[in-house]
Design a protein around this ligand. Sequence first.
Ligand SMILES: Nc1ncnc2c1ncn2[C@@H]1O[C@H](COP(=O)(O)OP(=O)(O)OP(=O)(O)O)[C@@H](O)[C@H]1O
Ligand SMILES: [Mg+2]
Length: 396
Amino acid sequence: MFEKASSIIKDPSRFEYDYVPKNLVNRQDQMHDLEVLFRPLVEYDRTCNAFLMGPVGTGKTVTAKRFCQDMKDYCAGRGMALDIIYINCRNNSSENSVILNLIRYFDKGYPERGFSVEDMARVLKNHLVKNKKPLVVILDEVDVLLKKSTVDIIYQITRLSDDTSKPAPVSIILISQQSIYSMMDDATASTFRRTTMVRFDRYSREELRQIAKERAEEALLPGKVGDEVLDQIADSSEEFGDARMAIELLERAANLAEEESVGEVTVENVRAAKAGIYSIVSESKIEALDLNRKLTLLAIARAMKQNVMIPISAAEKTYAIACEEYDVPARKHTQFWGYVQDLEKVGLVKTRVSSSGKGGRTTTVSLPDIPSKVLASKVADMLDSELTGREDIDEM
Ligand SMILES: Nc1ncnc2c1ncn2[C@@H]1O[C@H](COP(=O)(O)OP(=O)(O)OP(=O)(O)O)[C@@H](O)[C@H]1O
Ligand SMILES: [Mg+2]
């Protein structure tokens, strides 16, 4: 048991969520922006703030951490100590726990309970005012905190910069997928508006391929990932532009290859990995669909069977049957077509117009990644749970 030596993976820690690679693919502009923003801190001991914004998996967290670590090393080289505190607000979503984390940086034994948020904010302020080393606080996924907070901790920290008697500056880096200005009071919003926002765009296919390639070089034994495998990873994650997805695909595919003892990662391993990940990603998309669109998706999945694509008319027939089965009135052709287009907009299906033999044109529909059987049973499960109890409600 377990005795088999690994033949693919060299260092699994390189796949861990908080691993920060030395080199980041195409984030030089963002690193440069941060350097410009933080130059006053390094050179004149001044407070600097930044706001990092962009969609899921675009490297916001990893860039902030890489930058702060590099800045700390640079400062250390010049005999200047710098403190960095990183807090993820999704795991610490109350003001209380953010403040507690900050206080504990200065006072490890500070008790978890027994003090009000206001008391704790005062204690924290004292620590920050007295602190002798420049401090950078990274508040990641800060929108989660801002949606809930009562005492505005960010406001309080930014106000500290007005206090000229304190020995060292306190800077903040905020990170969020969405804009946060409307969630802050006017004064704090204007502080962060004044600093340039650092934007992160979705990765291109080529960037995703390079990210997967570099991570494979770090985490896997040499020669275990061929060009086609990297192409397949890039193709499969391109729709999302999400580096986390590319890396997860690589990791899962490598694990599958390891289990199968095939000697190297194969394209088929990547497809299987994608089917696993895609079902998680798509679950929430499917969940968000209304009844008619769920029925449309179920019909397409059932009609698909072993085919790569089917004419839309075939799906429309299964749709009528599904509606009957679930006792929902079937909509007319135009409406059904509208549902299919809506499904395409959220990336659950793809349509293509092709010319048929007799000079006419047919529209075909396909499922990009998820196996049709898996999809059909997932949607059917959701419909079942959505529709159970419906009769009870109708009778009320
Ligand atoms: N440019 C890059 N080069 C190498 N690895 C990267 C790069 N960008 C992101 N990654 C890797 O991709 C994963 C996701 O990146 P990260 O966590 O920074 O995304 P994020 O923008 O913070 O996403 P979220 O909004 O979900 O928090 C991490 O494993 C990270 O190491
Ligand atoms: Mg992040």
